[in-house]
Design a protein. Structure first.
Length: 281
């Protein structure tokens, strides 16, 4: 049973966990939390309501379908998204009876034929990278980077990833990281730590579908930006308190302006797949 945050990062984490659990033979369901709450808030608000959400849980494939249907309005785009993001999970189901059940469920939800879904599944079966190996022991979500601060940990991971994706994605990721690092004065990641993390990720990425890898990178990138900017906000608040204590009005005004910029940055929408498309264009 998975109960994770309902934002993009939470859904990406849910996919990674489901990928790992399904190919190990587990039956995976998702508790749909009310009003997009995170699990901690839901439990604090009402244990009984959380129990109800758990009781009404749905299979992870049904959850993914519902999530995509609520996010994608264009019918053709929806079908393509389902092909790329949902069908690989059907192949992870342990038996053909279960797979056939979800062939019918997916076909009905996106208004296509069972045969069309089976054709796409057969096509995916011919692509060895589309389905993780059954003997995989670790998952990319479990990679542990310990090089110092939280900011440096995330930066190390993201710089390591650049060696493992193709050029358009590398270019987009590098440009984004450079912009964030320059704007918020982030130190370079440790070279040895990047190399060690690259080696670890290389062994794990070979077992994951490309779409899951890119979603993992986007989730990490969004977390990195949030951590960096929140650290800046904390620092600026400390500087503001000192400036106010010293009655330095000009410095107070400057810090307040910088705080306003940081808060606007926190309100920006998260990075999504358009980051890759912009680079390709």
């Amino acid at each position: 049973m998975l109960a994770l945050d309902a934002d993009k990062a939470g859904i990406a984490a849910m996919k990674r966990a489901a990928d790992l659990m399904l190919h190990r033979g587990l039956d995976v369901k998702v508790a749909v939390l009310p009003d997009g709450q995170d699990p901690a808030d839901a439990i604090l608000e009402s244990k009984e309501k959380f129990k109800v959400a758990v009781g009404k849980s749905v299979h992870v494939i049904e959850f993914l379908l519902a999530t995509l249907k609520s996010a994608v309005s264009d019918e053709r785009s929806l079908k393509l998204k389902v092909r790329d993001e949902v069908l690989p999970f059907i192949l992870l189901l342990p038996n053909r009876i279960d797979q056939e059940h979800f062939v019918q469920v997916v076909a009905k939800e996106i208004h296509t034929t069972d045969d069309a879904i089976r054709f796409e599944l057969d096509r995916l079966r011919e692509q060895p990278t589309a389905v993780p190996r059954k003997d995989i022991q670790t998952d990319v979500a479990l990679v542990s980077v310990r090089t110092g601060s939280v900011v440096q940990n995330h930066l190390t991971y993201l710089q390591a990833v650049m060696y493992l994706v193709d050029k358009p994605h590398t270019d987009a990721l590098k440009a984004t990281l450079d912009e964030i690092s320059a704007r918020w004065k982030i130190e370079e990641a440790n070279t040895e730590a990047v190399a060690e993390t690259t080696f670890t990720l290389e062994r794990q990425f070979e077992h994951l579908a490309p779409t899951l890898i890119l979603e993992e990178i986007l989730a990490r990138l969004n977390t990195f930006r949030q951590v960096v900017v929140k650290r800046e906000v904390t620092t600026l608040r400390e500087e503001l308190a000192a400036a106010e204590a010293g009655e330095d009005e000009s410095l107070v005004g400057e810090i307040l302006t910088r705080l306003q910029i940081a808060h606007k940055e926190l309100q920006k929408p998260p990075f999504d797949s358009s980051l890759w498309k912009a680079s390709a264009d």
